[in-house]
Write a protein that binds this ligand. Structure first.
Ligand SMILES: O=C(O)CCC(=O)C(=O)O
Ligand SMILES: [Fe+2]
Length: 209
């Protein structure tokens, strides 16, 4: 049974096809957001978040002048139910995009993400110079009480100008990984999200810590 409203799926596909990006509210309900944040707490208590790196598996580098977020990769086989449900929804988006946009997406990789106060991620593209298997980037935001003074907006650099996306709870932002440059503006509060990429080939995930 479909758990993502068909109308949302259509909106994602239409917006991606016409503008290379899509922003959808209420992709997750308030209850789903809460359940996922509880999983963040567990991983944080166990010290599982690590400073994010830049580059692909063979060229990993930590550069705090480029990005300052903390991540934990999602292990799909051992994901807790709330995260499993999120992945099932992403799977539905993936299948819908394959049917309607012929993207040939095979799978996805995703991580829990925390931007502590003072963190940002400078302007970049999500495709690595050494590999271009990331086709669609997606970020689902989990910030229940986000206020403009918290910052941390996602800025998308588009042909017609920049767009800032507030990281509010339940919202899904996605965009073509190969063309849309973007950055995360300085965050003044803790900023929580699930970040992932739809890939056009199966990958070896064993390097993911
Ligand atoms: O969290 C966001 O809004 C974007 C994150 C991002 O650009 C990335 O992790 O590559
Ligand atoms: Fe990115």
């Amino acid at each position: 049974m479909l758990s993502v409203n068909e109308h949302l799926l259509e909106q994602i596909a239409d917006q991606l096809a016409t503008s290379d990006y899509a922003v959808i509210d209420d992709f997750l309900s308030a209850k789903e957001v809460e359940a996922i944040l509880a999983v963040f707490d567990i991983h944080r208590e166990h010290g599982r978040f690590k400073q994010a790196a830049i580059g692909d598996s063979d060229n990993q580098e930590i550069n705090k002048s480029v990005r300052k977020d903390l991540i934990k990769w999602i292990d799909e086989d051992n994901a807790r139910p709330a995260v499993q449900e999120f992945l099932e929804k992403i799977d539905e988006v993936k299948n819908y995009l394959n049917r309607t946009c012929f993207l040939g997406i095979k799978e996805y990789e995703a991580h829990f993400t925390i931007y502590p106060p003072g963190a940002f991620y400078k302007r970049h593209l999500d495709q690595f110079t050494t590999s271009d298997h990331r086709k669609i980037s997606f970020i689902c935001y989990l910030n229940q009480d986000w206020q403009p003074e918290h910052g941390g907006e996602l800025r998308l650099y588009l042909p017609d100008g920049d767009i800032d996306v507030a990281p509010i709870a339940g919202r899904l932002a996605c965009f073509r990984s190969d063309v849309v440059e973007h950055e995360v503006l300085l965050s003044h509060a803790h900023r929580y999200s699930l970040t992932g990429w739809m890939l056009d080939q199966y990958i070896e995930l064993s390097f993911l810590g």
